[in-house]
Write a protein that binds this ligand. Structure first.
Ligand code: SF4
Length: 376
């Protein structure tokens, strides 16, 4: 049996579930899992412009150039990270940036570090003690303009670098003692200029959950930017975008799910500019909230509630068992999601076919990627 009374749960989602409960299997599929064999009209999937992964716009992600294996470090070396290039490379188009080389410091060059006030450190060369802060700030302003034109959807920074480090970069006193930690000068400026673009450092991306969440945010941001680029943001376009992301948002944050739902319902009160600004901020905030196993089970049960009644008792039990096993930590998230996606496809449920929760980013056989794992 499926978890009890999914269909009777109160709220918008249940109402929507009732409104869209017309499961119709796609022709040609084995229908042994069905309770009945309903008549099936042909279904043309509703494709919302700008929501597909194949939008025609490349998914560009900035990256500290040394992580790609380019010999741009102060000593002429590199920090090639195969977990990044092999694990994320197949999904994105890299935009390599080495702030220190591009600012004109050359290779090899004198090493630098952050010195002084932890909240506003200076960039100082190690041996000759030259202050290069102004030069880096000038470069950063110019480069930010170039990067804006490239519509980046994410950025991977080299950890602990005085230019690229996102967090825990040592800040020293003038006489060389560690005073505290801060953010690399370029990374700090980048985040101030592009506050919604998902960023991570290569150290954190070794964690599979963080890596998958980063991909979700990168593709979520890319779809949002594509939606804004392809046409002026009308209320209709916003509703389409939000509808396709409902379950993905719910898997991360119920609070944002309610907030965004109410914002979209009241969209008429806002200008397109206000809509784009507020929705984009809340949407990216939502995806950054950790999606737990409990939240995923909640979403899977809601999804199953749309079509469970059309399944045979055996198929319903199997689906329940897979969700239960995931809940108990016996299998990865990929298993129940794949099964739900299968039923959504063969039962031909348009509303669910467009749900990005079932495919938040393209499926690729990248080394080191073993499918969505979910969280403990
Ligand atoms: S950490 Fe940043 S500045 Fe340093 S070599 Fe790598 S890309 Fe260049």
């Amino acid at each position: 049996m499926l978890p009890p009374a999914i269909a009777s749960q109160p709220g918008n989602m249940a109402r929507q579930a009732n409104a869209t409960r017309v499961p119709r299997p796609a022709p040609g599929f084995d229908q042994g899992f069905l309770m009945t064999s309903p008549v099936r009209p042909t279904h043309t999937p509703v494709v919302t412009p700008g929501l597909s992964h194949a939008s025609g716009h490349p998914v560009r992600v900035g990256i500290s150039q040394c992580l790609l294996g380019e010999p741009v470090r102060y000593d002429g070396g590199h920090k090639h990270d195969r977990m990044i290039t092999d694990g994320l490379g197949p999904y994105v188009e890299w935009v390599p940036v080495c702030p220190e080389v591009e600012a004109g410091f050359g290779v090899p060059r004198e090493a630098m570090r952050l010195v002084g006030d932890v909240a506003a450190p200076r960039l100082i060369t190690l041996r000759s003690k030259q202050d290069q802060t102004a030069r880096m700030i000038r470069y950063t302003r110019q480069r930010s303009r170039d990067l804006r034109a490239l519509n980046l959807a994410g950025y991977v920074f080299k950890k602990r670098s005085p230019s690229c480090g996102l967090r825990r970069v040592p800040v020293y006193t003038r006489d060389g003692h560690v005073l505290g930690t801060g953010t690399g000068m370029f990374a700090e400026a980048f985040q101030k200029t592009f506050p919604l673009i998902p960023v991570e450092d290569e150290g954190r991306l070794r964690d599979r959950d963080i890596r998958e969440n980063f991909l979700e945010r990168v593709f979520g941001y890319h779809r949002w930017q594509t939606c804004l680029l392809e046409s002026p943001l009308t209320r209709g376009a916003l509703v389409s975008f939000h509808t396709a992301h409902k379950y993905l948002i719910l898997a991360h944050s119920q609070r944002h799910y309610r907030q965004l739902g109410s914002y979209v319902a009241n969209a008429k009160r806002f200008t397109p500019r206000q809509l784009a600004h507020t929705y984009g901020r809340l949407f990216m905030e939502a995806l950054a909230v950790r999606a737990t196993r409990r939240k995923h089970v909640n979403v899977l049960q809601h999804l199953a509630g749309h079509f469970a009644h059309a399944l045979s008792q055996t198929a319903r039990r199997d689906l329940h068992d897979v969700i239960h096993d995931y809940q108990q930590g016996c299998m990865s998230l990929d298993a129940p999601v794949t099964l739900v996606r299968h039923y959504v496809r063969v039962l031909n449920i348009p509303y669910l076919q467009d749900q990005l929760y079932l495919a938040p980013y393209p499926r690729m056989h990248a080394p080191g990627h073993t499918g969505r794992q979910g969280h403990a």
